[in-house]
Design a protein around this ligand. Sequence first.
Ligand code: PLP
Length: 376
Amino acid sequence: MTIYLDNNATTRIADEAYATMLPFFTDIYGNSHAAHRLGRASNDALEHAREKTAKLVNARPSELIFTSCGSESNAIVLRGFPKNTPRRKVVALAVEHPSVLATLRRLESRGEIRLEVVDIERDGTLDLKRIDAAIDDQTALVSVMMAQNETGVLYPVAEVARIAHQRGALLLVDAVQSVGKVAVDVQRDEIDFLSLSGHKLHAPKGIGALYVREGLQLEPMWLGGGHENGLRSGTIPVPLAVALGVACDLAAGSLGSASAVASLRDQFEEKLLALHPAAVIHGKSAPRLPNTSLVSFPGLFSDEIVARLDAASVCVSGGAACDSGKREPSGVMKAMRVPHEIGVSAVRFSLSRYTTAAEIEACLTALREVVSHPTG
Ligand code: PLP
């Protein structure tokens, strides 16, 4: 039996989402823009899926466009850059996902924007004073993720929105890791743009969404049939969107069980520390996603731990990059300024609402064996 604890990388599609999308491949396959009955049926299903997806983040359906993934949603905002402003400065956290940071660095290298990267604290949290100091009257856009994908640490996006808006800047929130795991509310938090990704919340790969607050304008990355409010031309993959709608519905219904996931994660950490007291749990005292545990095993190497767990049928991710034998801590570990030995031994365990106590026990049993032998 495979034990899957890599849900921040991707998730298994929910059975209900899978079953609901199948007829849209085989029977109701009309182009959702077509005027005939198969087109109308596709369009009805698409709009129904849009309503459910929008509801999960408390947006109006008209403010939500479908995309192919979280990376694309981020790119549409960053490359499309808010229109109607001469400002060119962008402020982003040092631990933003590469789909944000790499895009911003490219725009910076072309002279299209001025980028200010904001450091985080050693425990993975954000000190709002740093954001406050970075956002000025030249700032057009601020990019702050809702939850960090390696540590699971949650960032105070509502406070960031308040500061950004006071200075006339807009806020992009990459909520790819948060949607479906914690309550996300674009109205409450006054978010201007928000990215989400289907495959992180038990929908299929290949579908994402972007919330664009009503009235805000972006330059489309490409042109065509003017789909999705003119922002994302191209025929929509209706089956995938339908599955995302179902997955969002299921996620909304299961947010109440997030505390059960958190308690499983907390038990895992407690037992892990008991069997390996040298382990370091990152962001443990910070507000965190309920499902994420990033653990360093000083003296060991993350890629070898991942390989040994894999051999024991446990799937997890390493937090460190291993390139031609040279081990480097991840950018997130570096941003947290952790010692090298801790950075190169980080392993991420990410649960889902389908994870069982028995799977956690089996993972701990495998870990007991793995950490008792040196790596390297
Ligand atoms: N943003 C964050 C925080 C992520 O964790 C990821 C994926 O790991 C992405 C964006 C990219 O999402 P996608 O794989 O849907 O492009």
